[in-house]
Write a protein that binds this ligand. Structure first.
Ligand SMILES: O=c1ccn([C@@H]2O[C@H](COP(=O)(O)O)[C@@H](O)[C@H]2O)c(=O)[nH]1
Length: 271
């Protein structure tokens, strides 16, 4: 998918919602545990009931990897289901990868060629030669961790290096990488007040913003400080949507939560 197509979907659906698939077998409704593949059954039900309200899905690979081969197969089935049935949705493998060049190339092949995700999240810490292999794939995106939503973000990301906070160095430096038009950035909703400064450095880049819902970030503030003229935002909510109910009505409850966010987004988009 291209950035232009993603922006068109946002306008069409009046939504910049990304539904996070952080599927925890201890939290899904107990009746699903009788299914042959409970993780996929849960993912499918959530996707089928929320697809018209969101523009992106973000399976967090840790939740699948935790179950070994079976978990990876559930991830494979989930992305295949999305690509076959909902090809207009932007897909994000939240895997937070990045390594020396030849290893990054293997990660990129795994997520872009084998699994056919549109994007993968990357830790920028190892620098240019660890990121650029992900940028060699046409219409695929590397989403770099810039300023994360967790408290530990203040350990390193806001520390000053050469008169700039590290997260700003990440934005500036990576904007010069080869094929940098294939970069997007993660900025936590819990740090919405930083978005104005971030937009001065990367005015046109898409930002993936986790941290609304369960982590307490404000959608309104994210939009106010982070939107550009094409919107340029994907706001993620995982637990707040997918675990709205842990009973048999879980899919309808997830839809109601997703709709609440979409309605709020549509209102913001009209302002
Ligand atoms: O800075 C970051 C980067 C990634 N995440 C991920 O997003 C979701 C958030 O889940 P919620 O349940 O909506 O809190 C999860 O997969 C995180 O690993 C993040 O939260 N912050």
């Amino acid at each position: 998918m291209t950035q232009k197509e993603l922006s068109q979907q946002i306008k069409l659906k009046k939504s910049f919602l990304c539904v996070g698939l952080d599927i925890d077998l201890e939290k899904i409704p107990p009746h699903l545990l009788q299914e042959e593949d409970p993780m996929f059954a849960f993912a499918k039900a959530i996707i089928d009931t929320t697809h018209d309200l969101c523009v992106a899905y973000k399976p967090n690979t840790a939740f699948f990897e935790a179950y070994g081969v079976k978990g990876w197969q559930s991830l494979e089935k989930t992305i295949q289901y999305l690509n076959k049935n909902y090809p207009d949705h932007f897909t994000i493998a939240d895997a937070k990868r990045g390594d020396i060049g030849n290893t990054s190339t293997r990660y990129a092949k795994a997520f872009f060629e084998d699994l056919n995700f549109d994007s993968v999240t990357i830790a920028p810490y190892m620098g240019k030669d660890s990121v650029e292999p992900f940028l060699e794939f046409e219409d695929k995106f590397a989403i770099l961790l810039a300023l994360t939503s967790n408290a530990g973000a203040f350990d390193f990301q806001t520390k000053t290096i050469d008169r700039l906070p590290l997260y700003q160095q990440v934005l500036k430096t990576t904007s010069q990488y080869k094929n940098s038009e294939r970069l997007m950035y993660v900025v936590g909703a819990t740090k919405a007040e930083y978005l104005q400064d971030i937009r001065k450095i990367v005015p046109d880049s898409f930002l993936l913003v986790p941290g609304v819902g369960a982590q307490g970030g404000s959608l309104e503030e994210v939009y106010k400080y982070g939107a550009n003229d094409q919107v340029g935002l994907l706001v993620n909510s995982s637990r707040g949507i997918i675990y709205a109910s842990q009973q048999e009505d879980f899919a309808e409850a997830a839809r109601a939560k997703a709709m609440q966010m979409q309605v709020e987004m549509a209102t913001l988009l009209r302002l």
